[in-house]
Ligand binder design. Structure first.
Ligand SMILES: [Zn+2]
Length: 127
């Protein structure tokens, strides 16, 4: 979910928490794919026929592709969540995460926010 949409729907802290949970779910998926790769490679080492061998190779390739996609998605989500989190502290009163969305650009990643504590306005660049 884009930063602007997340702040608008759930607030910054909940958006951040959800992004971290989603990114770590992708990390868990990549770990499960790694276990599946080990199992498929071990199964491929025992020759039982060409059909089984092709299935094992196909399963290995599918698990490698899924695991790499999940790992990439984990890093992407974590990077964006941390990038926003490092800019979520009010420059004036140092309140963390107590912000409200004012406006955003079309991409939803460059947002103007206002502090709920002191009404200071600043920009968060999450591109
Ligand atoms: Zn403030």
């Amino acid at each position: 979910m884009k930063l602007a949409e997340g702040i608008r729907r759930h607030g910054f802290r909940t958006w951040y928490e959800r992004e971290l949970l989603q990114s770590h779910a992708h990390l868990a998926l990549s770990f499960l794919c790694l276990i599946g790769i080990f199992a498929a490679v071990e199964a491929a080492m025992r020759f039982r026929g060409w059909a089984d061998q092709l299935f094992d190779i196909f399963a290995t390739l599918l698990l490698v592709a899924t695991g790499l996609w999940a790992l990439r998605r984990y890093l992407h989500l974590l990077h964006h969540a941390e990038l926003a989190a490092h800019q979520a502290e009010c420059p004036q009163c140092k309140a963390y995460g107590r912000l409200q969305l004012l406006q955003a650009d079309d991409s939803g990643e460059y947002v103007q926010v206002v502090c709920r504590a002191c009404q200071h306005v600043w920009l968060i660049d999450n591109r």
